[in-house]
Design a protein around this ligand. Structure first.
Ligand code: ZN
Length: 459
């Protein structure tokens, strides 16, 4: 976000503090943070509602994509669906660095799995091109399985056009468009299975990621992003909800959570920082479209494929349309008293789905072009003062130009002020650490800005 846009949110006292008592010399070669990245504009422009429609139509044509449905037929069931997804990603990724593979495991019998079942994710990886960044991953997913009223019904027609062919199509379109571009960090595009049977596909990938110590710096699930029409008929095609967790509701509190809570930082969890970045970048590159951040990990008592990532300690968010129509999800196809039930393609708005895909793509591109969020960010507490001194570890990327301090009042949701401080590892802001929340971002020479890191007390 350009610095100028932050200014209206500042209080008079804050402005006085900034301009009257700034302790910084201007950095020698400040990157231009107001500069739009032409590559991101190009990606956003290339995302096509027409191709998204074609993907949704094809996914719906398999009649059911229930996780325990037919895997042998070439035209019906989840097996045909995943073979088509893989072939399509291979086709559109040909001549690019995109690597397409299955990620498969056998799920044992459980509450929603009546016989041992092979769960197969289709995973397309676009490796990062900067040595110091390529081990940093960003994951985006949609689930390609579908369901009926009875979650165990593996044969009845369940088109799953919105839930979640919309998310799967968005992810496929992003993979195809973004594969033609280069990023510092690695992007992972996933069509996962068995969301409806207990988040089994995403769960398997997330556990493997943790076991292999993968640096998943952010994960986004797109689930029910296809309709702009609410159950009462209202149309809202100007926003998408972004669900973002504070701290997990676990029995035992981890040290990381304890450290956050000890300084009032429950609104500065990894997922909340990622949500702030997503709102800024998404709204910057997709004009007239709002990213409505919800301070909750999901809709009330519901869940999705970001949850296994949260359980593994990764930052993970969920995109969902603003007003769901529950007659068109998890429902057998039927008409009752003139009302049509079922997740049919006629209720999907492809232009809307494309807007959500554009928000995802702009965010993923901005993350994968930018440096990592700074590490070891601390606030000095050795002397009692009314200002704030932050220290941090230097980033490893060769293209880092410097760092930016951001802040907001303790009751504000998004950053209100910022200051570029040059290529240093310590900076003092003339604002009280008691009255503001701070973050430190790394900035590269092109003006790509990282997610902010919350400072813990230096001890
Ligand atoms: Zn779903």
């Amino acid at each position: 976000m350009p610095h100028a846009r932050l200014t209206p949110g500042l209080t008079a006292g804050l402005i006085t503090a900034l301009f009257a008592t700034s302790v910084f010399a201007a950095p020698s070669a400040s990157p231009d943070l107001t500069r739009r990245q032409p590559q991101i504009d190009k990606i956003v422009a290339e995302i096509s509602p027409k191709r998204i429609e074609a993907y949704v139509r094809k996914l719906v044509s398999f009649e059911t994509r229930h996780t325990m449905s037919d895997t042998v037929s070439e035209t019906r069931g989840i097996g045909a669906a995943r073979r088509w997804i893989k072939a399509e990603l291979e086709r559109c990724g040909a001549g690019t660095a995109l690597q397409v593979a299955y990620d498969s495991h056998v799920a044992p019998v459980s509450a929603r799995i009546s016989r041992p079942t092979e769960i197969v994710n289709v995973v397309a990886t676009l490796p990062g091109t900067q040595e110091a960044s390529k081990a940093r991953l960003y994951v985006v997913s949609g689930h390609y399985d579908s369901r009926n009223t009875d979650v165990m019904d593996a044969t009845g027609k369940s088109p799953g056009a919105n839930d979640d062919a919309s998310g799967t199509a968005a992810v496929m379109e992003m993979a195809c468009v973004m594969a033609k571009h280069k990023f510092d960090a690695t992007l992972v595009f996933m069509a996962v299975a068995a969301e409806e049977q207990g988040l089994l596909g995403a769960g398997h990938w997330a556990r493997q990621a943790r076991a292999n110590n993968l640096n998943v710096a952010g994960m986004f699930t797109n689930d029910i992003i296809g309709s702009s029409r609410a159950d009462d008929g209202r149309v809202d095609n100007k926003q998408v909800r972004l669900f973002s967790q504070s701290v997990p509701a676990t029995k035992e509190m981890s040290e990381a959570v304890r450290a956050l809570l000890a300084t009032g930082g429950e609104n500065d969890s990894l997922s909340r920082q990622l949500a702030r970045h997503t709102k800024e970048q998404g709204e910057r590159y997709v004009k007239g479209f709002k990213v409505s951040v919800i301070h909750r990990h999901d809709r009330y008592l519901r869940g999705g494929d970001h949850m296994p990532f949260l359980e593994q300690g990764y930052a993970a968010l969920r995109f969902t349309e603003p007003n769901e129509d529950f007659a068109h999800q998890h429902q057998n196809l039927r008409t009752e008293d003139g009302k049509v039930y079922g997740d049919l393609i006629e209720f999907v708005d492809f232009d809307y789905t494309a807007k959500v895909a554009k928000v995802n793509a702009a965010t993923l591109a901005s993350l994968a072009l930018a440096p990592a969020a700074p590490q070891q960010v601390k606030v000095r507490t050795d002397k009692l003062t009314n200002d704030t001194t932050l220290v941090w570890q230097a980033n490893a990327e060769p293209d880092v130009a410097g760092y930016r301090i951001v802040w907001r009042e303790t009751t504000a949701a998004g950053w209100q002020g910022s200051k570029l401080v040059g290529n240093v590892n310590e900076a003092t802001i003339k604002l009280s650490k008691d009255n503001y929340f701070f973050g430190v971002q790394a900035v590269d020479k092109e003006g790509n800005v990282s997610v902010a890191t919350y400072p813990l007390p230096l001890r």
